[in-house]
Write a protein that binds this ligand. Structure first.
Ligand SMILES: [Zn+2]
Ligand SMILES: [Zn+2]
Length: 255
């Protein structure tokens, strides 16, 4: 099954991807996509100067250009840089609780099948820690919407809790509804992420009922592959293609 929807979430060697911007510009012929590297990223996308070069280089190649803005970590973007991007994906890769960073790297490796077992399963099984992570997530997303004016919430239910089990148990319905309500009120799209396989069907059904918009993100760091999982997820939730972004930020009231 081929999916013609625009793929917003693609990495290049300007952060942790393996493919150059020039080669990414060629694969647009296979299916429509942009590029969205991590910001900030170590020695490559350290600051807005680096970011401006990245935007210029991608534009010169005819690519739509976004970033994967590291929510809770990245410094605020200047208005000019924000507006020079075609879209901003906000995504969480760690949260800070009382000065301690809770990182999601091991969970990510496990979810993506790169690690056999999730060594921290017991730790993140603790209900109190879980609820603190969930509350902190909502705060960080709210800031991303209000202060950073993100356009898309990347891999919305990926966290160190994802490997624990049934997403309907790990992410209480009431929490899902609050997250969805924030996205709908802020006019930001909910990403369907091929690499992490999130969000799950019930979340997508709830989001659709609330009138959410959506965005496709393969989140590939390598060659472009068919969006097999995404196609099934969209199909099973019955999401109309008209509700998906197409390489530009959603039209909404200026904020
Ligand atoms: Zn990410
Ligand atoms: Zn990514």
């Amino acid at each position: 099954m081929t999916l013609a929807l625009f793929d917003h979430h693609i990495h290049s060697d300007r952060s942790d991807g393996t493919v150059s911007l020039a080669d990414r510009a060629k694969s647009v012929a296979i299916r429509p996509h942009g590029v969205s590297d991590h910001y900030p990223w170590r020695d490559k996308l350290r600051n807005e100067e680096d970011l401006k070069r990245y935007i210029d280089d991608a534009n010169r190649l005819g690519l739509r250009v976004g970033i994967e803005y590291d929510l809770g970590v990245a410094p605020p973007l200047s208005r000019g840089t924000h507006d020079a991007l075609h879209y901003v994906i906000g995504a969480i890769h760690q949260v800070e609780l009382d000065g301690e960073w809770i990182r999601y790297d091991d969970a990510g490796a496990f979810v993506k099948g790169r690690a056999q077992r999730f060594k921290e399963a017991e730790r993140f099984g603790a209900v109190e820690l879980r609820s603190r992570i969930l509350e902190r997530t909502l705060e960080v997303v709210a800031l991303g919407i209000e202060r950073d004016r993100i356009d898309i919430l990347g891999h919305p239910t990926f966290s160190a809790l994802q490997p624990i089990g049934d997403p309907e148990v790990v992410y209480p319905e009431e929490w899902q509804e609050r997250l969805i309500a924030m996205c709908v009120a802020g006019g930001i799209a909910i990403e369907i992420n091929e690499s992490y396989g999130v969000p799950h069907r019930e979340f997508l059904l709830r989001a659709a009922r609330r009138g959410a918009t959506f965005s496709v993100g393969s989140d590939t760091h390598f060659d472009l592959k068919p969006l097999a999982r995404t196609a099934v997820m969209i199909d099973e939730a019955g999401l109309p293609h008209a509700r998906f972004l197409a390489g530009a930020r959603p039209a909404r009231a200026e904020r």
